[in-house]
Design a protein around this ligand. Structure first.
Ligand code: SF4
Length: 324
């Protein structure tokens, strides 16, 4: 039975995702990621493209299952579930993808798109009951359900397609919603509308969210806690305000410095990266993976992988020489 006092709602422990390239080489996409999310909260997972955040999201969804580690949702271990058991569990966790148009089958009507998860889950209902359910969900995401149900994706804008994707993800009333760069492909004004919609739906449905993005400003807007990843490893985790006001990891500081500041005269604590390419996840640097770009790197950083240390309650950093 779940121990509600000690066990977080979503727990990701020592997650490893590797993709074999040949007998000797593999991509180290995620290496030992440990994070957790309380029920009804949002964890933002942020980092440059290629840092492993989308691989981590797919591993949480068991798409495919991770190479190693555990993912537990509300006390149920998802890693290791197969066949019918995984299908049954899946109704509790759903995902929204980056490209809203590509994620919808252009040949299907919205009715067929939203019926698919209900059919897979074996929901028993008459066609009239199903239509009513689909229309109600489309209304909830801000579309005119009566009009939208018989149309096809090409008849909608990108923002409307993302609303259909959200409706598809929520129609089974999941507990966990994983958003993988869910607003990156949208215009800025549509991004804001979609983020506000997600916030409203999170409150109404009591959702727990894992929000993946390369955009710190977007993550700050939606997240209770922010976890920063670099080259497959966790750098820093704290509540959203602390991460922005008191970043302790040099990589977090450089990410925050890169966010455009509305006040051009506002003081910025610059931290210049060592020039060079992002290292390859096939052959990541020894010790701290950020050391080849970090201006503060020492011999210790090459010799030993820094482990996450708690600086304050809820604020942990994996760095031998944190900034605070
Ligand atoms: S461990 Fe060393 S190389 Fe890594 S971020 Fe900290 S100071 Fe930089």
């Amino acid at each position: 039975m779940k121990d509600v006092m000690t066990e977080p709602f979503l727990s990701i422990e020592d997650l490893v995702v590797e993709y074999p390239l040949s007998r000797k080489a593999k991509v180290h996409a995620v290496s030992g990621l440990t994070v957790s999310v309380e029920q009804g909260k949002t964890l933002g997972l942020v980092g440059e493209s290629g840092c492993g955040k989308s691989s981590a999201a797919r591993a949480v969804m068991q798409l495919p299952p991770p190479t190693g580690g555990r993912v537990t949702l509300d006390g149920q271990e998802l890693t290791g579930l197969k066949g019918k058991a995984l299908q049954q569990a899946r109704r509790r966790f759903q995902m929204i993808f980056q490209d809203p148009i590509a994620s919808l089958n252009p040949r299907q009507t919205v009715r067929e798109i939203l019926s698919a998860p209900l059919e897979i889950a074996g929901e028993q209902e008459s066609p009239e009951e199903r239509d009513a359910r689909i229309i109600a969900m489309l209304d909830k995401v801000g579309l005119n359900g009566e009009q939208a149900i018989s149309r096809r994706p090409h008849e909608f804008s990108g923002g409307q397609c993302q609303r259909i994707s959200i409706a598809r993800a929520l129609i089974l009333r999941p507990d966990l919603l994983v958003c993988d760069e869910a607003v990156s492909a949208l215009d800025v004004s549509v991004q804001a509308q979609t983020l506000n919609l997600l916030e409203d739906l999170k409150a109404e449905f009591g959702l727990t969210m894992l929000f993946i993005s390369h955009d710190l400003a977007v993550v700050k807007h939606v997240s209770d806690t922010v976890a920063v990843m670099y080259l497959g490893m966790l750098c820093e985790m704290a509540d959203a305000t602390t991460i922005y006001r008191k970043p302790a990891h040099p990589y977090t500081r450089t990410l925050i410095n890169a966010v455009p500041e509305p006040d051009p005269d506002a003081p910025r604590k610059a931290l210049e990266l060592v020039p060079g390419e992002l290292p390859s996840p096939i052959n990541p640097p020894s010790g701290c993976r950020f050391r080849t770009r970090c201006p503060m790197a020492t011999d210790l950083c090459a010799a030993e992988t820094p482990q996450p240390k708690e600086l304050a309650p809820g604020h942990s950093v994996a760095c031998h020489h944190p900034l605070i």
